[in-house]
Write a protein that binds this ligand. Structure first.
Ligand code: ARG
Length: 467
């Protein structure tokens, strides 16, 4: 027979004995849900007012409860709150402490409420703040990228496909690619916010509360867009949270690719970028090493963002309606994804601002390895040659140059004319890095003018979200 614990359970009426300490420890969520206390208090204050509105509390009782909740909040903020793990979760810890402060009236606070709608509320209030903060950090990351793009506007680098040199692009164009990716991440989070910002309170355990609670007033008071229209749905679904985890995973994917680019560029083989000492580490054995650990960890932490999404999707799969304790497993993945992103987005903007780009080396690489072979073919297209044929001719020129170990520009005109009589002296102007860049003046292309426009567009997007 298990030892009865010191604390009476809120369900003690139905029970004769206490729980097994093993079961008690196993089911407790206090270790991780305690951080929800500010939201739990916010929800309880609003619920107390709603109970007053429904005539279930006198004005004096409401005042007593609100004062008590404030005192509990002060203890929590000061770190002096006596947490009791045997009370399972943060909700019951707060309620018990309130009772110690204000007496029996504390027992009225849970009227018509369940921990099922309470936890859904806490999570939504928490996530609202997380999403707002992430938007700010994402904007800061975008700003850092934009600043570097603006600083180096006009500097060419090789663009890659299959990690093989493909065509010259502007460094700014490459950096702005990430700005637009992060913009879509911001949009995804904003979309998600609309579904997070719905009031579950009033759903009770699952069937709705049996008291005359004004859910519209609660919605306004807590700043939600609308009350959840179905009480069963309100306590049993977590799609708002899964959506956040999915948006977090996609964002992680983007950040990991940016990190990967930087790691690659920092190798001796590339030599495009140098990490500042403040964002690099050395080796405990190899004295010459300077490792891009910060970027590697940004890439590595993406694994947990994917894992958290998979964990909650899997925990939720096939659960019969309405609430099930399986859903308690949603919290650690949620907190972990939010914390991971906040950590990454704290370190990334200063890292980006302090990188040194080796523009000379990038420019050199941009023109090497026949990077403008497409422009050689395009030259013939402008003279009426079908592209497939022009591609074939340019390919043969490249093969000749590879054999002769020379660049396209090092060929003489008569040499080129052996491949097509249409080549004239102006071809050499068409196959420079600058001409290749300038030619791609299409909207969204890498021509300096087009990139200048994209830069302005990116700046506007970042400014828009401010406020
Ligand atoms: N700790 C629970 C959770 O995180 C709160 C809701 C508990 N409800 C219940 N009926 N056991 O989901």
């Amino acid at each position: 027979m298990a030892e009865p614990t010191r604390e009476r359970k809120p369900w003690s009426g139905r029970f004769t004995g206490g729980p097994s300490p093993a079961a008690e420890g196993f089911t407790a969520s206090l270790g991780f849900d305690r951080r929800l206390w500010p939201y739990d208090l916010e929800g309880s204050r609003a619920w107390a007012r709603a109970l007053r509105g429904a005539g279930l509390l006198t004005e004096a009782e409401l005042t007593l409860l609100l004062t008590g909740l404030d005192e509990v909040g002060q203890e929590l903020a000061a770190g002096s709150f006596p947490f009791r793990p045997e009370l399972e979760d943060i909700h019951m810890n707060i309620e018990r402490r309130l009772q110690e402060k204000v007496g029996a009236v504390a027992g009225k606070l849970h009227t018509g409420r369940s921990r099922n709608d309470q936890i859904a509320l806490d999570e939504r209030l928490y996530l609202r703040e997380v999403i707002r903060r992430l938007d700010t950090s994402l904007r800061e990351t975008q700003s850092a990228l934009i600043a570097r793009a603006e600083e180096h506007l006009g500097a060419p680098m090789p663009g890659y496909t299959h990690l093989q040199r493909a065509q010259p692009i502007l460094l700014s164009h490459h950096l702005l690619a990430y700005v637009f990716m992060l913009q879509r991440d911001r949009e995804r989070l904003r979309d998600c916010f609309a579904r997070v910002n719905v009031l579950p309170l009033g759903a009770g355990a699952l069937a709705g509360t049996a008291f005359a609670i004004d859910r519209e007033a609660l919605t306004r008071e807590l700043g939600f867009f609308a009350p959840a229209p179905n009480s069963v749905d309100a306590v049993s679904d977590r799609d708002f949270l899964v959506e956040f985890l999915a948006a977090a995973a996609i964002l992680g994917m983007h950040l990991s690719r940016l990190a990967s680019d930087l790691i690659l560029w920092a190798t001796a083989e590339f030599g495009f970028v140098e990490f500042p000492e403040a964002f690099a580490t050395g080796s405990s054995i190899m004295p010459q090493k300077k490792n891009p650990d910060v970027a590697e960890l940004i890439r590595g932490k993406t694994g947990r963002l994917y894992g958290n999404l998979t964990a909650v999707l899997t925990a939720m799969k096939g659960l019969p309606l309405a609430y099930n304790s399986d859903m308690q497993e949603d919290k650690e993945p949620l907190f972990d994804s939010a914390d991971t992103l906040e950590a990454i987005l704290t370190v990334l903007p200063p890292l980006l601002r302090s990188l040194t780009f080796n523009l000379e080396r990038m420019r050199e690489a941009a023109g090497a390895h026949f990077a403008t072979a497409t422009d050689l073919a395009d030259y013939l297209v402008h003279k009426g040659v079908p592209f497939r044929e022009a591609h074939e001719v340019a390919g043969r020129v490249v093969k000749h140059c590879v054999t002769a170990d020379k660049s396209l520009a090092a060929c003489s005109l008569p040499e080129l004319k052996r491949f097509s009589a249409l080549f004239e002296a102006d071809v050499f102007k068409a196959i420079t890095v600058e001409a290749s860049l300038r030619a791609r003046a299409v909207t969204g292309g890498t021509a300096p003018e087009a990139v200048g426009q994209a830069l302005a567009q990116a700046k506007a997007l970042v400014a828009e979200g401010r406020g």
